[in-house]
Design a protein around this ligand. Structure first.
Ligand code: CA
Length: 250
């Protein structure tokens, strides 16, 4: 499903799970990984802060009751250190309504009540990811209406797409796909993610519609669509837009 990324940075961003109970932590990890998220784990607040400092975490999922610093305190520290550059979801206990209120007052973006289903947690994480991406896209547009990646650029305001200096006509769906891939250059974007973001969560249909559109885009941007240089297939996962030889990592 959704893979998260930071616009303008080729580092894949991650989720952090702070939960001291091993069984709950691995339950969350397994389900988020299955949905395509990259996950980092922490058992204590101290460990969570350390891991957030050293890697690019886009959303922290925080349990409240922990040995040492509790989840509320971590939430407060994260807001002070990272302002709104990190998403925060609190795990609250059933019946503890004051936990929700406290969490939201301290700056959490959302909360999930224990016990929760994997689907519910994944849905909350995806919703928050979309909100964070939407606000970062707004920021990008305000600064600069041009998004560029290697040989490609798009004018976000005019919805025009260019390869080097040549304008290439795309359908709205093709445009949205290429924009999504350009926002996360060199990183794989899953077919589910493309389907969800371009066709919407409520689209009922086959993932193949993604592949059909990718083939059409290749005909427009590749010199040899049968062996694409830019729009690469990552087998079993999805697609990525390569910026060109000098950036190749794999
Ligand atoms: Ca706990």
């Amino acid at each position: 499903m959704d893979i998260i990324y930071v616009t303008g940075d080729d580092a894949m961003s991650k989720l952090l799970i702070l939960e001291d109970e091993d069984s709950i932590r691995s339950f969350i990890r397994v389900n988020l990984k299955r949905s395509g998220f990259d996950v980092v784990e922490a058992c204590t607040g101290e460990e969570a802060l350390e891991k957030i400092n050293e890697s690019n975490i886009s959303i922290a999922i925080l349990d409240i009751m922990l040995p040492g610093i509790d989840g509320f305190e971590i939430c407060k520290i994260l807001r002070e250190q990272y302002a709104n550059n990190i998403g925060i979801i609190m795990l609250t206990a059933r019946g503890q309504d004051e936990d929700k209120v406290n969490g939201l007052v301290l700056g959490a973006d959302d909360y999930v009540v224990k016990p929760f289903s994997p689907q519910e947690l994944v849905a909350r994480v995806q919703a928050l990811t979309r909100r964070l991406n939407a606000s970062s896209n707004v920021n990008t547009e305000k600064k600069n209406n041009i998004l560029s990646t290697g040989s490609f650029s798009i004018d976000l305001k005019e919805k025009r797409f260019f390869k080097e200096d040549e304008e290439i006509d795309l359908t709205p769906k093709e445009f949205n796909i290429i924009k999504l891939l350009m926002e996360s250059p060199d990183n794989v974007v899953s077919r589910d993610e493309i389907l969800n973001r371009v066709w919407g969560q409520n689209y009922i249909g086959d993932l193949k519609v993604v592949d059909v559109n990718i083939r059409r885009i290749r005909k427009k941007i590749e010199e040899d669509p049968a062996s694409p240089k830019y729009l690469k297939t990552v087998w079993g996962v999805g697609y990525r837009l390569a910026r060109g030889d000098k950036f190749e990592k794999y």
